[in-house]
Design a protein around this ligand. Structure first.
Ligand code: CUK
Ligand code: CUA
Ligand code: CA
Length: 596
């Protein structure tokens, strides 16, 4: 297929994409010849009552700002983890003074757009410690502690706009790489459209502070790292440096950028950087050693995925029906960067993301074709015409696809999730907004088997999986008491100033440490509350009528809230987690005296 033909569909986006969607719709619901019977398929995803799913799936929640946890293969929704949103005792919007509010508000707006969940690695495998998630809308990144499934750190990344692709640098999480997708002023905070640039940020995994940044050409989209800690890769779709969609598709080629992390570290040691906003920023055109390699690929690529054996990085064509396979070992060995390209197989229309089974096969999502295509990497490189092994229709217009443990060096090659952008006719209509459709595919055989479909909160862009047996031993059941915990006999009220009161309280079935406490109108009140339960799954809540306060407390946990008691009268506080037969009785009174 020539370049023009390859790009035919973008030119007639409406007509052609419409046709593609229509065609895909009509195949929905039909059972392909030789397919398994529904009862057989059901038994392959059924998890008996009381038994656990084999996998935890972490799905990004898109513009809902959260991360959602599902069990696989059942597709059961397990819980959500609030990150960039105020909810259920976390970051409560109108209650400054809670720890989670301060963390969220200090980093930016109470809203985020999450795309890419990534998991910490040790030795190239998931270690079950942390999960990071980007916020494209406000240029942030967050870290979730998997011992408690709670957001522990959020930071805005300096000098970049729109944190998009993020990746753990394998094999030992030496950095988190974060791409700034939109070009903007560097430094920001002034209008100067001539100073636009984009950076790839290399962050400390714990503090999320940039250790350094690299100035990049064009826009950085999706990224990944090599398995030996040396390379960070990104797709770049706007080498035109354009600010309009027409401008961004002018050139026939864009690129995959490869940052040599070791060369960048050497440049830092030699002092080859500028300090911008307190961050060491490397301009790769000014370093002694070559830091950035730019490999041309067909225009406007999207997904960027390194094979589990670390040999190749794959760039998905998006506007081109190809995936470009780059031999990582050749990147710094060849004169002409094109010579690092090992192959460029045609896979179908609209390839976005690729995942792996660890048996030498790649699975690429085809947005326009609404398919997952399975193809053999070495066969494609060798020019063997039988490299495409199978195709399965998904419903509809798949974005990311991810196979079990595919981002580690040891994928299990068991299931694959297709994260579809549109569900159309798949579920009962519940208003014009349709749920997103996830489809679970069994990839253990030569042919793929579509097992089941389950809806998810809009809009999961990507997913990562952990084996339950790896993760569950790390999850704590009760929090350890912190230094500021209120002891069993420590409930009390302390007036610390004419307008300031500290209240200390315990919570245990089915009573707060104080039946009531009295403050004066206008007092600044700080409540410290400790859940002194010692058994698991015994959470309590603390809501105050009319004050917009709702704390959630796991066993052993201490939380604080500070507010001004500006409404005189009786305000009941009560437990918001159903904890016992006397849950409804678990309440007390805040008595606010009028200031005369
Ligand atoms: S991007 Cu969403 S389909 Cu943000 Cu990972 Cu490709
Ligand atoms: Cu404590 Cu309900
Ligand atoms: Ca372009």
């Amino acid at each position: 297929m020539n370049t023009q033909a390859r790009q035919y569909w973008i030119l007639g986006t409406v007509v052609v994409a419409g046709l593609a969607l229509g065609a895909a719709c009509q195949t929905g619901g039909q059972t392909a010849p030789g397919a398994a019977a529904p009862a057989d398929l059901a038994s392959r995803t059924y998890v008996p009552v009381g038994e656990w799913d084999k996998y935890y799936a972490f799905l990004s929640g898109g513009q809902s700002g959260a991360v959602y946890v599902y069990g696989l293969p059942s597709g059961r929704y397990i819980r959500s983890i609030p990150v960039y949103e105020p909810r259920a005792g976390y970051g409560y919007a109108n209650v400054p003074g809670t720890e989670t509010y301060e963390m969220l508000a200090a980093s930016g707006p109470m809203w985020g757009d999450t795309h890419h969940p990534i998991l910490s690695e040790s030795g190239g495998d998931y270690d079950g410690k942390h999960l990071w998630i980007n916020d494209k809308a406000n240029s942030r990144i967050a870290r979730i502690d998997l011992r408690t499934f709670e957001t522990k750190a959020i930071a805005r990344i300096p000098n970049l706009q729109a944190t998009h692709g993020i990746a753990v640098v394998s094999p030992d999480t030496s950095y988190i790489v974060a791409n700034g997708e939109f070009q903007a002023e560097i430094p920001q905070g002034r209008l100067d459209t001539d100073s636009y640039g984009a950076v790839m940020a290399f962050l400390d995994p714990m503090t999320l502070e940039p250790r350094f940044e690299v100035l990049m050409p064009g826009n950085c989209d999706i990224n990944d790292s090599s398995k030996d800690g040396r390379w960070a890769f990104t797709t770049i779709y706007n080498l035109e440096n354009a600010v309009t969609v027409e401008g961004m598709i002018q050139r026939e080629e864009d690129a995959i950028g490869a940052v040599d992390i070791h060369a960048a570290e050497a440049a830092l040691e030699r002092g080859e950087f500028r300090e911008i906003n307190g961050v060491k920023v490397i301009d790769p055109t000014e370093t002694t050693e070559k830091v950035l390699y730019v490999i041309p690929v067909p225009k406007n690529p999207h997904g960027c995925d390194v094979t589990p054996d670390g040999k190749y990085v794959l760039g998905a064509g998006k506007l081109s029906p190809t995936v470009t396979v780059i031999d990582i070992s050749k990147i710094d060995q060849v004169e002409n960067p094109r010579d690092a390209i090992a192959g460029q197989p045609d896979v179908g229309l609209g390839p976005l993301h690729t995942t792996f089974d660890g048996r030498g096969n790649a699975y690429t999502s085809l947005f326009v074709d609404s398919q997952i295509v399975k193809w053999n990497i070495e066969k494609a490189i060798a020019g063997d015409p039988t490299y495409v092994i199978d195709r399965v229709d998904v419903h509809y217009n798949v974005g990311h696809t991810q196979a079990t443990l595919a981002e580690t060096m040891h994928p299990t090659g068991e299931y694959l999730l297709a994260l579809n952008k549109l569900s159309k006719d798949q579920y009962l209509p519940v208003g014009p907004t349709m749920p997103e459709a996830q489809e679970l595919i069994d990839i253990t055989g030569e042919k793929m088997t579509l097992l089941s479909s389950f809806p998810a909160e809009p809009e999961p862009h990507d997913a990562v999986f952990m084996l339950a047996e790896d993760l569950s031993p790390k999850v704590v059941q009760t929090e350890e008491l912190t230094a500021d915990a209120v002891p069993e006999d420590g409930s009390r009220v302390e007036r610390v100033g004419p307008d300031e009161v500290h209240v200390y309280m315990t919570a245990i079935r089915s009573k707060y440490g104080l039946n009531d406490f009295t403050v004066k109108e206008g007092d600044k009140v700080t409540i410290t509350l400790t859940n002194i339960e010692t058994i698991r799954d015994m959470s309590h809540g603390f809501a105050v009528e009319g004050y917009g306060i709702n704390l959630a407390l796991d066993p052993g946990q201490t939380r604080k809230v500070t507010f001004v008691a500006d409404k005189p009268g009786t305000h009941w506080y009560y437990c918001t987690w159903f904890c016992s037969a006397l849950h409804l009785e678990m309440r007390g009174r805040m008595l606010v005296e009028e200031r005369g």
